[in-house]
Design a protein around this ligand. Structure first.
Ligand code: PEP
Ligand code: MN
Length: 265
């Protein structure tokens, strides 16, 4: 069960040696979408050098418009695995349909995106697999609904769930979403599961990624997921919120200092 009452100690999710939860502080970084081999290898090497412990990249993209770039699908997963081979970084990528599950056999962490947080049949099926699941909070879902979705996965026998606060819909239009910073300490109080923050999708603006990342570390987040692109203006998805590798390196410097101050490793 997700409730801390039944499990007082923090759950630590071990992804091929990269630990998320407990005293660990781990950053997942990479492009919104996998676009090409050169792009993936370049970004993977850069984020590793800056201290990221996992590599992200979307192969199946949940786009608002059917005419927007939908991802490279199986080829995208192949390129992520190439980047893993090159850098050793475990990979995180989003699943959109149960029909694709076989393509995820070598993926290290399966992401359930905000739009599928309450796709209960998908959650039940992921509960039967032995891979860590990164569960993102829905655009308009409460913390308790997020925890119940995690419960769906755990009820099937999979206890490796990482929660992700990625901003929620509010009346405010200045940012893409509103980062619900209170969600971090509250979710950690209610549950033993690790909680990470995605400042990129919360803000929708690259310049806000650093301040929101610092806030996340300060309220006790177990990690961050940050979008990084080698050429943000040319990105096929989410360029406005993507950091260049140099910008990411600066954010990591600050974040690592704050995490060390909080005795996180
Ligand atoms: C993503 O992480 O690529 C993504 C689509 O995020 P979200 O589901 O939070 O919108
Ligand atoms: Mn994105």
């Amino acid at each position: 069960a997700v409730n801390r009452k039944f499990h007082p100690d923090d759950t630590v999710v071990d992804v091929d040696g990269a630990k998320i939860g407990g005293q660990n502080f781990s950053v997942i970084a990479g492009p919104c979408s996998v676009e090409s081999e050169e792009q993936m290898i370049c970004i993977a090497k850069a984020v590793k050098k800056s201290g990221a412990k996992l590599l992200r990249g979307g192969a199946f993209k949940p786009r608002t418009s059917p005419y927007s770039f939908q991802g490279l699908h199986d080829e995208g997963i192949r390129l992520l695995l190439e980047a893993k081979k090159e850098t050793g970084l475990p990979i995180v990528t989003e699943i959109m349909s149960l029909t694709h599950i076989d393509l995820f056999a070598d993926v290290d962490v399966i992401q359930v995106g905000a739009r599928n947080m309450q796709n209960f049949e998908l959650l039940k099926e992921l509960g039967k697999c032995d891979k860590p699941i990164l569960l993102k909070r829905g655009l308009a879902n409460t913390m308790d609904e997020l925890l119940m979705s995690a419960e769906y996965i755990m009820a099937g026998g999979n206890s490796n769930v990482i929660l992700c606060e990625r901003g929620i819909r509010t009346f405010e239009t200045a940012t893409r979403n509103t980062l619900d910073i209170s969600a971090v300490p509250l979710l950690k109080e209610k549950s033993h599961l690790p909680v990470i923050v995605d400042p990129s999708h919360a803000a929708g603006i690259a310049n806000l990624v650093e301040p929101l990342s610092k806030a996340a570390v300060s309220v006790g987040a177990d990690g961050l997921m940050i979008e990084v692109h080698n050429n943000p203006p040319k990105a096929l998805c989410d360029g406005d919120q993507s950091l260049t590798p140099v910008q990411f390196d600066h954010v990591m410097e600050k974040v690592k200092m704050l995490a060390a101050f909080e005795n996180r490793i």
